[in-house]
Design a protein around this ligand. Structure first.
Ligand SMILES: Cc1cc2nc3c(=O)[nH]c(=O)nc-3n(C[C@H](O)[C@H](O)[C@H](O)COP(=O)(O)O)c2cc1C
Length: 156
């Protein structure tokens, strides 16, 4: 497949979930597949708050997200942003955020997204999306998220 220079070459999907093979993992597998169909090399990594994230430096796009449990972004992703070198490794990078949760979008935008964004001051957030339970396997919604984030990546 030919590779457009406006597209990222390598994308990493950083996520956390307490549910192996659950809705978040299914969502990121769909996102990863759609990115790969564009010729982008995609890897995924489940976050640990104690992890070493220097490997993130080799990627030009970071897709990051997790479920909400009890009003908080899943703890290992939040912990990685607060305690590890993840924030530094992502500095200057373009980041697309997503959350999976059961709350209405307005509440998620007000209460949950800032938990990620407040820790990403050195990065450029190019897309953000709250996935409601009925959207988690909706290929049209996922495809539109991927198209939007790639358009935003290409535009700056
Ligand atoms: C124990 C538990 C607590 C949850 N707490 C919240 C919450 O506070 N706010 C919310 O919007 N959704 C909440 N949810 C819904 C999850 O965020 C949502 O179902 C998500 O898709 C689960 O992802 P997973 O399948 O990867 O675990 C909760 C789900 C569980 C199982």
């Amino acid at each position: 497949m030919t590779h457009s220079p406006a597209l990222p070459k390598k994308a990493i999907i950083l996520f956390d979930s307490r549910t192996p093979g659950g809705s978040t993992e299914q969502l990121i597998d769909s996102v990863g597949k759609k990115l790969a169909e564009k010729g982008i090399e995609v890897e995924k990594a489940k976050c640990k708050s104690s992890g070493n994230y220097s490997f993130v430096e080799e990627f030009d796009l970071v897709v990051m997200g997790a479920p909400i449990y009890y009003l908080l972004v899943s703890s290992e992703l939040l912990g990685a942003l607060l305690q590890s070198n993840l924030k530094q490794a992502m500095s200057g990078k373009k980041v697309a955020l997503f959350l999976t949760c059961g709350s209405p979008e307005l509440m998620a935008n007000l209460l949950y997204l800032p938990q990620l964004k407040l820790n990403l001051a050195g990065s450029t957030v190019i897309a953000e999306k709250i996935f409601a339970p009925d959207q988690l396997a909706d290929q049209a919604v996922i495809g539109s998220y991927v198209d939007d984030l790639l358009a935003a990546f290409a535009n700056g």
